[in-house]
Design a protein around this ligand. Structure first.
Ligand code: ATP
Ligand code: MG
Length: 174
């Protein structure tokens, strides 16, 4: 699986629609402090199903919506789309949208899906919101300080078997 394009609207500091093409090879994001580099990485994790506001540096899920500045009013929704190349299965676009007071919803290629479907899609590709391939600021320290169960979860993501747990949970609730 390869990421091809990240599109954001109203997500954190990205109030106007923005698009980031992700070319093959290494992508670098550079800019002064506070320009939104970490916000971009958080958008990537968020669209892949991140469910913890804390790991997005917020107190609640709606904190990802542009909160307004002295000169611009707040927005009432945030939307992030990720275009992925799934190899033989072709391209797919995963979208997550959150509205104030209405929670978030996911779509894959325009179809409404569950958070679980999005989590599975990425878990099978050994990527995903908690992938060890995404190392945010402070994560190295967190990994060292993690409890054994948390560290095991990180290792399972790295080994690409996290999808099996999602399936097992799914099977158990049927
Ligand atoms: P550094 O180099 O210091 O790590 P950075 O480029 O990673 O900086 P970010 O942390 O991505 O910067 O961006 C921080 C900016 O995003 C701050 O100016 C903050 O006010 C803004 N921001 C975060 N959440 C929101 C929100 N919900 N609405 C509006 N602005 C937001
Ligand atoms: Mg940063």
């Amino acid at each position: 699986m390869r990421f091809r394009r990240l599109s954001l609207t109203g997500f954190k500091s990205f109030v106007e629609p923005a698009e980031l093409r992700i070319e093959p090879g290494l992508t670098g994001v550079v800019g002064p402090n506070g320009c939104g580099k970490s916000n971009l990485l958080e958008a990537l994790r968020w669209v892949m199903g991140e469910g913890s506001p804390k790991s997005l540096r917020g107190g609640g899920m709606e904190d990802v919506i542009f909160a307004g500045t002295a000169s611009r009013p707040a927005r009432d929704f945030a939307e992030v789309s990720l275009l992925i190349d799934r190899g033989p299965e072709g391209d797919s676009e995963v979208t997550r949208r959150i509205e104030r007071g209405a929670g978030s919803a996911y779509r894959i290629d325009g179809r409404d899906v569950r958070q679980k479907d999005v989590a599975l899609l990425f878990a099978d590709a050994a990527t995903g919101a908690h992938s060890p391939a995404l190392v945010s600021q402070g994560r190295i320290g967190a990994m060292i300080a993690a409890r054994p169960a948390e560290r095991r979860q990180m290792l399972e993501e790295a080994a690409g078997i996290a999808g099996l747990h999602v399936r097992r949970k799914d099977a158990e609730t049927r």
